[in-house]
Design a binder for this molecule. Sequence first.
Ligand code: FUL
Length: 485
Amino acid sequence: MKIKQDILVILSFLISTGVSSQVVNTQPPKPVLPVPSAAQMAWHEMEMNAFVHFTTNTFTDLEWGKGSESPSLFNPLHLDAEQWVKNLRETGFKTLILTCKHHDGFCLWPSKYTDHSVKYSPYKGGKGDVVKEVSNACKKYGLKFGVYLSPWDRNHAEYGKPGYITYYRNQLKELFTQYGFVFEMWFDGANGGDGYYGGANEIRKINGATYYDWPTTLSFVKSMQPNVIFFSDAGPGVRWVGNERGVAGETNWNTISTDTLFAGKAGIEELLNTGSPDGNKWVPAEVDVSIRPGWFYHQREDSLVKSPEKLFQIYLTSVGRGSTLLLNIPPDRRGLFHENDIKALKGFREILKKELTVNLAKGTAVTAGSYRGKSKVYSPGNITDGNKNTYWATDDDVRTGSFEIDMGTPTTVKYILLQEYIRLGQRVKAFTIEVWKDNSWQKVAEGTTIGYKRILPIRPITTNRIRVSVIDSKACPLIANAEVY
Ligand code: FUL
């Protein structure tokens, strides 16, 4: 008798907690394909990446070196890669991508395959290796290191001919075997045109679709480093965002069909900017933008460094639109980040701290009209539990729904941050945000996509309750996180 009673007590406990229903109703939602790879997921989570453009251009004041520059020009007497990396880390950057070779062909490492490198420069008496210094500083301070190696080479005599492809792959081999883990490889889309080309001084056009034989090159790199992410206009790892202004689409799908991306096609920038909801590949957009008007350092631009406020705006239109930021900070002729750039980075960090540190929603109660199988595994409480791997989900046939965050005490709210559980695909197509004010719900924001992260700045308003409604979704919505600032 006693045993029976105990069983009854246990059963009623299981029912009240929803655990019993898990058995029948709580299979995880099926993925909405395509979904991110593990390396792409890690890339999403980095959020802020830094770009560093540095070469002979820094000394010639050019943006695109012609390829005829003498290596003797390159002499940064005070180069301190740790100064770069420490500043980046303090600002919140997780990675650094270095222009190991820009279009002018000058190599920042002593490549065995050319004389056009640091080895033939006065820098450290020809014994320097900037790639090594930078990758070591990244290791020391916990940033991931990435490589930019321009496919277009205005110095190389064989550019445009088959021999250059062997040269390019030899260089990739050096970079991918001598400097440790490379998280991202950046393939620039700028290609072909006039150049020095070993003294030929002519125009060389290439067919970008066939000349480089990218499939062979990419699998060669993957054979050395399987977890590398490839950036190019069309991926395959991450895509260009379609502009260099720091602005991802307000609608920003991580999905796109890469066979719709033809170079020169009208509207291609717009397509890159927004992605497409029915895209058949996961190729998220990366927002590359420079802290200065140019990508390389020019003294004349010392007064034109973007302000902390502008950098924060760019953060909101990149990270805040489900993309990652790739912010370029070019070292000056000394080989240091310029004081003005450092000041801007510090100011940017202060704004980030001031605006987005105290999450008013953390650990607060959340309620929802419905949740998957009425199971705690998918309950709305997952949205504010601080765990990115738990999420609120609805039943499969429910593609709309809302949840409400109750913060208790009325507080002034300026930003609402939302995150989908994208490991199972990007789903939300439209949503609204309302706040409880003067005894009614007032709409303060609306949007289309959420994706990995969406930050919605709103006109500051004092409230204690916030309601987020998914009004259209590709499948049952999965919301992993909401924060309020
Ligand atoms: C462009 C290049 O031509 C610029 O010089 C710079 O490297 C930028 C990031 O990409 O395509």
